[in-house]
Design a protein. Structure first.
Length: 488
């Protein structure tokens, strides 16, 4: 910051017209930009009674590429700790109300009539994950989509498929060493989604150039540009043609996959969708895109977090391994029954989901009519964002919330309202049991085959560092882990 003396000198030169023309133009530009931003972030009159996070603090957080969990802990969690049930937050170019109280989150998520889902296309103009799909649709359209999706997950959990793909993962891991686990596990979970749900083997664990997962990651990275997330309207004024072209190319790959599946229908989720004659091609592609993303990104984030905390807490890793060895009793692969009889490892998974929830912010809803949330009146047409991270990180809900402690879930019944890694209400994640058994299987197999720790100098040494992104996900970024192969 300039000193008062230098500021006085600047103002004196300005008033006496002693500044060079370039200085005057620069001053006008900065002043105009400030006035424009002030206009953009002005709080609507019907929301000014709500507590709010400074929009400039939020903009600075995006400019620094701060992950969503860090942003919540630094800017939003203080309001939750003061007992505020909601807080106003500037995000994706508009003001929205973050719900911080667990009971109010339950209310919002259960009442689909008063709080329907809001589509990200209202904010991000070319978001391929939005559109008419099972996550963002409402009413009859949602019922049609969810019926097909639910049918796929009502089948028996394919533990054998998880085990087979674990062996393929271990072939890549070899005897161990320092490995980029966050990348490996993303490829593993994508192959699980492909073979177990979509009836297509993406072969993501193979080193194919410009694979589906590489293309997906590239598009997600291009969308998450801080300036465009802060001011999405810039895409109207200055379209990013290269990004649009890459998104269209990814959609073309989705269309190609749909065409292949039409010629070879099976007992998978994608086949169920294709058999529904009421779904348009856009609806089918939109569902494929969201299932592709949600089916592997969130589970890979959860597994990375669990591996990270077991690396940081070797005593928990050893206890979980002893439990798995005891249950398997000399066998080298778990069964569905085994995976239902590992309470400590299951507690580690639940605690990883709590402390670094892959979905930090549930998809936004909006108010179709005026409502009261806690002590505050909310007008109609307002974005409502259930904040999972704020609930899971609040010491009032979870004493010493920053500490990884799996014993929270041993011999205790946690209140469901404060433990919502998969959301809550009728639209909570339909794949939650599939994801949990997938996590249990891979962790069992890893505990049998490897020991692991964080390598020296890890940027994650103090706290897991998550990716910067556009959709409220908390996914560990470039998590390197040092593995040592065990003798079976």
């Amino acid at each position: 910051m300039p000193s008062s003396a230098s500021l006085d000198a600047f103002l004196s030169a300005f008033y006496n017209k002693q500044l060079a023309p370039i200085d005057l133009r620069w001053l006008v530009l900065v002043g105009g930009l400030y006035a424009f931003v002030q206009y953009l972030v002005a709080v609507p009159a019907d929301l000014r009674h709500l507590p709010k996070v400074s929009p400039y603090a939020t903009i600075w957080s995006y400019a620094r590429r701060e992950s969503v969990d860090c942003r919540v802990r630094r800017l939003i969690l203080p309001f939750a700790k003061r007992g505020e049930p909601v807080v106003l937050v500037y995000m994706l170019g508009k003001w929205g109300v973050h719900v911080l109280d667990a009971n109010l989150v339950k209310t919002v998520c259960q009442d689909m009539e008063r709080f329907p889902k809001k589509n990200y296309q209202d904010h991000l103009h070319f978001s391929f994950l939005s559109g008419p799909n099972v996550v963002f649709s409402n009413g009859e359209m949602w019922k049609r989509h969810s019926a097909s999706v639910k049918a796929a997950f009502d089948r028996e959990i394919p533990v054998h498929r998880f085990v087979t793909l674990s062996h393929e993962l271990f072939e890549r891991m070899g005897s161990g060493g320092v490995l980029r686990f966050s990348d490996l596990v993303q490829r593993y979970t994508l192959d699980v989604v492909g073979t177990a749900l979509l009836g297509h083997n993406f072969q993501a664990m193979q080193a194919a150039e410009d694979s589906f997962v590489d293309h997906f990651n590239r598009v997600m990275g291009k969308i998450a540009t801080p300036t465009r997330l802060i001011f999405p309207f810039l895409d109207d004024w200055f379209p990013r043609h290269a990004v649009i072209e890459d998104v269209n190319a990814l959609n073309t790959r989705y269309d190609g996959l749909l065409q292949l599946k039409r010629q070879d229908l099976g007992l998978d989720l994608l086949s169920y969708l294709l058999e529904d004659q009421t779904l348009t091609n856009e609806e089918m592609r939109s569902n494929l895109a969201i299932l592709f993303s949600a089916g592997h990104d969130t589970t890979s984030g959860a597994l990375s977090t669990a591996i990270y905390h077991l690396a940081k807490n070797p005593e928990y890793q050893s206890k979980a391994r002893d439990e798995v060895l005891s249950v398997l009793a000399g066998r080298t692969e778990p069964t569905l029954e085994d995976l239902s009889n590992i309470p400590f490892l299951n507690a580690c998974i639940k605690e990883a989901l709590r402390i670094n929830s892959p979905i930090s912010l549930l998809p936004a809803r909006w108010t179709v009519e005026p409502v009261n949330l806690g002590k505050y009146y909310i007008a109609a047409g307002v974005s409502i964002v259930p904040n999972v991270c704020a609930i899971h990180q609040n010491d009032a809900n979870w004493p010493d919330a920053q500490k990884f402690d799996p014993y929270r879930f041993i011999d205790t019944r946690q209140r469901a309202v404060i433990n919502i890694p998969f959301g809550t209400g009728p639209r909570q994640c339909v794949a939650r049991q599939f994801s949990l058994f997938e996590q249990r299987t891979l962790l069992c197999m890893l505990l049998l085959n490897y020991e692991w720790s964080l390598p020296a100098g890890s940027p994650h040494a103090r706290r897991v560092q998550n990716e910067f992104g556009a959709f409220g996900l908390s996914i560990p970024h470039h998590l390197d882990v040092e593995f040592i192969q065990r003798k079976l």
